[in-house]
Design a protein around this ligand. Structure first.
Ligand code: TXA
Ligand code: MG
Length: 336
């Protein structure tokens, strides 16, 4: 397939919207990461997303809408809590899992009775969705298992020749995917952490929010095990894996730095090319912004080993980055 690489002009966004209307695939920028979109209500179109990404079919997609009120096309019941979150956080990086209307196709939701919905905070994404005139199902625009794409170049590297068009925008502002919040039970549950934190949501709802236990675990034990099955099916798969071997070093800052230097020397003496990922202390927003791009850059440089300094955070944005870092490293961690 010949992929059209399009600058995000109004004319090109219209062209891309026509492709979506005809059942094709378009990758586009959002404020979090790039998405790979198709008409969410067209099962044949959504199937193509799974094929292009090599994604397991039980992993549901997030449905993107161009106006908050369009959530009514996807779900029947809107609780006061849901309305409150929409008013506070949309457009923005918060995905709400709600009960779906029967007309939302099973392929879009991986056969679940719920649908994940968000309104992205990006002018190109919003213009594309509004022009297409339908909700757009869009997972991150990477090959399944690879780091999420935060620039158009990342998308081109993964999907050129596999999708109809790629809308080129700048680097994504946030850099990690949206917070996924299950609103189908009495107590809201964070299924995937993001830059909208449990504290932010609790402040808006004036109510406790819990975090799915799979998100909290520090090892890969129990992945795929029934009892520990995550509520967001996507959280169980190998994720964000760089080509390099990755090790996370956790502990007090100075100790982490010296252990990384020691391991780097040792490995280089043995003929390995070593990449280091060390973020400024407490600069969590910057770490989120740069994390996936750094992983891809280190792979591009062909390093054999990535040594990453753990962020010291047990909640909030730092915790959301650590969730990705641990998965990228396959839960490979040493403490110093
Ligand atoms: O920021 C984002 O959310 C980006 C941009 C493109 O919007 N999208 C994204 O989609 O990260 P994806 O498909 O890579 O991740 C969606 C996550 C997966 O972990 C999936 O299992 C979960 O959301 N999910 C989707 N629908 C769900 C549902 N009905 N119930 C529970 N989890 C759901
Ligand atoms: Mg993804």
């Amino acid at each position: 397939m010949k992929t059209q690489i399009l600058e995000s002009t109004s004319e090109n966004i219209k062209k891309a919207a026509e492709i979506i209307k005809k059942g094709g695939l378009v990758a586009f920028p959002t404020e979090t990461v790039y998405g790979l979109g198709a008409d969410a209500m067209d099962p044949e179109a959504v199937k193509k997303i799974y094929e292009a990404k090599g994604r397991p079919s039980d992993n549901p997609t997030i449905v993107h809408i161009g106006r908050a009120s369009d959530i009514g096309q996807l779900t029947r019941m809107l609780s006061p809590g849901i309305v409150n979150l929409i008013e506070n956080f949309w457009p923005g990086p918060l995905t709400l899992v709600v009960n779906k209307k029967p007309k939302v196709p099973d392929v879009t939701t991986g056969g679940l009775g719920t649908v994940a919905v968000r309104m992205p905070d990006h002018p190109v994404a919003l213009e594309l969705i509004r022009n297409a005139g339908c909700p757009i199902a869009a997972p991150s625009a990477n090959i399944s298992g690879k780091p999420s794409p935060t620039t158009a170049e990342h998308v081109i590297d993964d999907l050129d020749g596999k999708v109809d068009a790629i809308l080129v925008g700048g680097m994504c502002r946030v850099g990690i995917e949206s917070t996924v919040l299950d609103m189908t039970e009495e107590k809201p549950v964070i299924l995937r952490p993001g830059i909208i934190t449990a504290d932010d949501i609790e402040a808006a709802l004036n109510k406790d929010v819990s975090v799915d236990k799979v998100v909290l675990q520090k090892t890969s034990d129990g992945q795929g095990n029934e009892e520990n099955a995550p509520k967001a099916p996507g959280m169980k798969y190998k994720h964000y894996a760089p080509d390099a071997q990755m090790l996370v070093v956790e502990g007090q800052r100075e100790k982490v730095k010296s252990e990384i230097n020691r391991l780097k020397d040792l490995n280089e003496k043995m003929g390995n090319k070593v990449g280091v990922m060390l973020f400024e202390e407490k600069a969590f927003i910057e770490a989120a912004h740069d994390f996936f791009a750094e992983l891809r850059e280190l792979d591009r440089q062909g390093v054999d080993i990535i040594l990453a300094g753990a962020l010291s955070a047990t909640d909030g944005v730092g915790f959301a980055v650590m969730n990705r870092m641990m998965k990228s490293a396959g839960y490979n961690i040493v403490k110093v």
